[in-house]
Design a binder for this molecule. Structure first.
Ligand code: ZN
Ligand code: FE
Ligand code: FE
Length: 265
């Protein structure tokens, strides 16, 4: 099984479980490495209600240490963050990068302007939106995040489909420019299996996007985005099939922001 690098902790206020339980689940799932990447603090505080605060960073490092202790050297435990890509966030991301010896940083687009569009609380805003315009805004934002070169991994590439608001016609018009940006950045993307449990009923990203990404030489990781111990490594066998169907033969491993590859078996 590949590594599972995209997982959360209760510090983000919408995940549950102790580090020992997450670790036991990782060992049971047989992932080669376990990585913790909770929602990063964002300034100015308070920013929203679904992330840790700056003051909670020490508690986060303690949480990671407890996971390491439980692992007892059986598998590596990596430290990361899922950082929000926001207008003008570059300096803040650079600050965060310097707070710890991270193994990787994940970049994610959850916000379009002031709208965290993947938050079910604001579903009403989707109903009133021009889906084509939202998709255009989303993918342009995603490409800018890739261009920044600040992140090792780019999260859930087509999260914008979460609530099944998808434009009609060939979606390559959205995918192609962003594939170029990601390939140019050297960042890797993830297959995020949580999408199978959302209204869209599809992993992030779609097979077509993965096929284009593989052809462009973009690296891949497989992630559960676990917010509870039972979700660690969830549906990885299915994700491996999806990756192979797109042409992938390997996934990427990270340690202190350096990478190597592991064959997909
Ligand atoms: Zn979350
Ligand atoms: Fe996310
Ligand atoms: Fe996440």
């Amino acid at each position: 099984m590949p590594a599972d690098y995209h997982t959360h902790t209760p510090l983000c206020r919408h995940a549950e479980g102790e580090p020992e339980a997450y670790m036991d689940a990782a060992l049971l799932a047989g992932v080669t490495e376990y990585g913790i990447s909770d929602h990063a603090p964002q300034i100015p505080e308070p920013f929203d209600d679904w992330r840790m605060s700056v003051a909670e960073l020490p508690a986060y490092f303690e949480w990671i240490e407890r996971a390491r202790l439980r692992a007892g050297g059986r598998i590596p435990v990596r430290a990361g963050l899922e950082c929000d890509w926001l207008n003008g966030c570059e300096d803040w991301i650079a600050d965060l990068a310097g707070t710890h010896e991270w193994d990787y940083l994940i970049g994610a687009v959850h916000y379009l302007g002031d709208w965290d569009f993947d938050n079910p609380v604001w579903l009403g805003r989707w109903v009133k939106s021009d889906v084509d315009a939202v998709w255009k805004h989303y993918w342009e934002t995603y490409a800018k995040m890739a261009d920044s070169g600040l992140f090792d991994i780019l999260a859930h590439p087509d999260l914008v489909k979460k609530f099944s608001y998808v434009p009609s016609g060939d979606l390559d018009r959205f995918y192609e420019p962003v594939i170029d940006a990601i390939a140019g950045s050297g960042s890797v993307i993830e297959i995020n299996t949580a999408g199978w449990y959302k209204p869209c009923g599809e992993a992030y990203s779609t097979p077509r996007f993965l096929e284009l990404a593989c052809s462009a030489g973009i690296g891949l990781v497989i992630s559960s985005d676990a917010h509870a111990p039972g979700e660690v490594g969830r549906d990885f066998a299915r994700a491996i099939e999806l990756a192979k169907a797109a042409g992938y033969r390997e996934t990427v491993l990270f340690e202190k922001r350096q990478r190597r590859v592991e064959m997909l078996v």
